[in-house]
Design a protein around this ligand. Structure first.
Ligand code: ADP
Ligand code: MG
Length: 729
């Protein structure tokens, strides 16, 4: 009998690069043409409506209802001119993916006819009847409806034949049920706090935006192989699989040439991305075989987050056209690197300046230093919350596995900046500073050389690294919504800047001159936050020991890490800044912890199914062949001869029996642990039980299955093997 795997492999060898509607046009000729952006707005809106939208985009003012009607009508006209028939509110529920509910523009009217209609009401608000989205107990049955509300700061776009309107998602009682609402609030809070601090240096600054440039890593696998791996389909990762003889040890994949089929896929999804105004620009191979990365030009954070989510969707849909499946999971394969999503983050002023770019003049140097030191201090103060913001069952496989930053939060500054901070700490003493000293200090900062920008390789092992003109939060997982970690980062930096302003103003009321007050406070922060700075190898065992000495936390698994979400300190942070009240934050914690449990539970059940339905039958089948062959030999050979000749067969038969027994026993024990965990009375206890009592069986089960894979006849093994999935032509 031919196994499904062999049939799938026959498909795979026949693959050729898929042709697609490749246009000869330059990107600039079609970029953003599926976005209701400035050009489309100018063309379709009246001047009054255009200005109203612009105001609301720039100042966050509310779009009046009358204007909303007009905007909706124009959006509809624009979308219809492009063949669009449906619209949807596009939002980001806490389940992680994006959600949409498509409605047709048409409305039946009297006489059995229909018209196309899209009102201001439909643009501004929709009720997705979303009682089954995760809400952490906020919405009980009688207030089960949440509603979505238009976010005019992120433009509407066309995907397929649907007009998509980015929205926030909140409950009727006003609690946020999504990633976008707190993100927008954190951005507004950070804007206010940073603009206030900018006034010390430049009165012309009226607004500060946070910028985000993400780098998306992903794997590709042929869809024929994907379709017969239940684990990949259902969990996004392979739960079994013997390591290939050639993995990533030769390091020949990284930045190597991109296979034709893959390159056709990349061009295709980049084309779609450009139509949607997503500025993807970089593509290359990653470290593991079949692993790749793409990165855009950075944008304002809210837009960048939307674009990342949209791109993940685009990548998945386009992959299918090319007979690929894209794997966004943090660890699709054991034994080779997993995938992350570096979040490059900075602050930009309304005057066009990057606040984290070391300046050319003494004044801008001090401004740079202010934002730089405050960010480091913020990370120091809320390291555990940042750790929690990237915690997930998926990411646990990757963090600290010598391929991704450890679970210990630290900040990498680079040699020059470390020196600057050390000097500042030594030089600035209490009391009055001489003007010469102040100038010298500022000049010192200015000497931060440009080579810093080329120095990024040295900090690969850091979860949070300064890379010359931005911080790079590297611990974020590849499948995550960046909105979560970005909300935390914005919030903690905002809180810190507010604190800073208070401290500096405090000194100034005591007649300390401004620059001097700033230096004094920065010095204090540098001393206080010193423990979080680490320039060495984050993968080393020594760092774990050193971090422990310094009192930094090292929480390897998600259930433990999530606790930081609901400490007094974290609840106070979000509540005092008006980003999330404690009920909303507690709900988020509950959703995260339940999601963790469900993921491990599903993986465990799928393991059960696969060992019982696929692995054990395949092994026993092969064993049967061995038994028959041994039996035949026994029939024709003298007994002493048989013993000698059939030795290998007999050993194989025995090994298969032993491993099958082990697998059976362990699977049963795992099921029993699952049953016990399910009966516990709190989500936290359940998550801990899944983490500590169920998950350990994954490794021992896998070990024996992978050993069987290595000895069972290749032709009868049911699951696509690593060596087949990881190599793309
Ligand atoms: P790599 O980290 O792979 O060496 P780069 O450092 O050149 O690559 O850039 C990575 C990402 O950082 C890109 O998405 C880029 O747009 C983004 N980036 C560059 N400057 C900023 C900034 N000021 N704010 C946010 N992101 C930025
Ligand atoms: Mg990078």
């Amino acid at each position: 009998m031919t196994t499904r795997r062999i049939l799938a492999l026959q498909d795979v060898v026949k693959r050729v690069p898929v042709e697609f509607n490749q246009t000869n046009k330059k990107v600039s000729q079609y970029y953003g043409s599926n976005v209701f952006g400035l050009d489309a707005m100018r063309e379709f809106l009246s001047e009054e409506a255009f200005n109203s939208i612009q105001n609301s985009m720039n100042q966050g003012t509310i779009v009046e209802r009358k204007m909303a009607d007009q905007v909706a009508a124009c959006m509809k006209a624009w979308a219809q001119s492009k063949g669009v028939t449906h619209f949807t509110h596009w939002f980001q529920p806490l389940s992680g993916a994006t959600a949409e509910k498509h409605d047709g523009f048409f409305e039946p009217i009297e006489g059995g006819r229909a018209i196309e209609r899209f009102s201001g009401n439909a643009l501004v608000q929709q009720e997705p009847d979303a009682s089954s989205f995760p809400n952490g107990g906020i919405r009980n049955t009688f207030e089960a409806r949440g509603y979505t509300a238009w976010d005019p700061t992120s433009p509407a776009f066309i995907w397929g034949n649907t007009l998509c309107i980015p929205t926030i998602f909140i409950s009727y009682t006003g609690e946020s049920l999504d990633f976008k609402t707190p993100l927008l609030k954190s951005l507004a809070t950070l804007d206010k706090a940073a603009t206030d601090v900018c006034q010390y240096f430049d009165k012309n600054v009226t607004k500060v935006i946070a910028t985000l440039g993400w780098e998306q890593e992903y794997f590709l696998v042929d869809s024929a192989l994907y379709n017969i791996r239940y684990d990949l389909q259902q969990t996004g990762r392979t739960l079994f699989g013997h390591a290939p003889a050639k993995g990533q040890q030769l390091e020949d994949h990284y930045w190597g040439s991109i296979p034709e089929r893959v390159s056709a896929y990349m061009r295709d999804f980049e084309y779609e991305a450009h139509l949607l105004g997503i500025p993807v620009r970089t593509r290359h191979n990653e470290v593991a075989p079949a692993q790749f990365e793409c990165a855009p030009v950075f944008e304002e954070t809210n837009l960048a987050v939307d674009h990342n989510l949209l791109l993940m969707d685009v990548m998945e849909k386009v992959a299918i056209r090319h007979n690929f499946r894209v794997l966004l999971h943090e660890k699709p394969y054991a034994g080779v690197n997993g995938s992350g999503k570096h979040n490059n983050w900075s602050l930009a002023t309304s005057t066009g300046k990057n606040l984290l770019s070391p300046g050319k003049t003494p004044k801008t140097n001090l401004q740079f230093l202010t934002f730089f030191v405050n960010t480091v201090k913020a990370v120091y103060e809320h390291a555990d919350l940042l750790r929690a913001s990237i915690a997930s069952a998926n990411n646990d496989h990757r963090l600290g596995a010598n391929e991704a930053p450890p679970a210990i939060m630290s900040v990498f500054l680079g040699e020059q900046l470390s020196k600057v901070l050390d000097e500042l700490e030594k030089t600035v003493q209490g009391g009055k500073m001489s003007p010469e000293l102040k100038t010298a200090l500022k000049m010192n900062i200015g000497r931060i050389p440009d080579i810093l920008l080329d120095n990024t390789d040295r900090n690969r092992t850091s979860p949070f690294a300064f890379t010359g003109n931005k911080f790079e939060f590297r611990a974020v997982g590849s499948s995550a919504n960046c909105g979560g970690p970005m909300t935390v980062l914005n919030a903690i930096v905002a809180e810190q800047l507010i604190e800073f302003k208070k401290d500096v103003d405090g000194l100034m009321t005591k007649n300390v001159e401004k620059d001097e007050a700033i230096f004094q406070i920065l010095k204090k922060y540098i001393t206080e936050s010193k423990r979080i700075r680490f320039e060495g190898n984050g993968y080393g065992e020594e760092w774990k020991a050193e971090a422990k000495k310094r009192g930094l936390s090292n929480i390897p698994t998600t259930p433990g890490a999530l606790e930081a979400m609901i400490t007094k300190k974290s609840l106070h942070l979000f509540e005092s800044l008006g980003i999330l009240n404690h009920r909303e934050q507690e709900a988020r914690y509950e959703i995260s912890i339940e999601t963790y449990t469900k993921k491990i539970q599903i993986e465990s059940r799928i393991m059960d199914d696969m060992v019982n339905n696929q692995i054990i039958p395949a092994a026993l089948n092969y064993q049967k062949t061995l038994v028959e062959s041994a039996q035949g030999m026994k029939d024709i050979l003298p007994a002493d001869e048989f013993k000698k000749v059939a030795k290998t067969q007999l050993e194989l038969i025995k090994e298969i029996s032993e491993r099958v027994t082990l697998i059976k026993t362990e699977a049963a024990l795992m099921t029993e642990e699952r049953r016990k965990a399910n009966n516990l009375d709190s989500p936290k206890k359940q998550a801990n039980a899944y983490c500590e009592n169920v998950k350990p069986y994954f490794e021992s089960l896998r070990y024996n299955v992978d050993k069987l894979e290595a000895i069972v006849d290749d032709a009868t093994w049911p699951l696509p093997k690593y060596r087949e999935m990881l190599y793309l032509r």
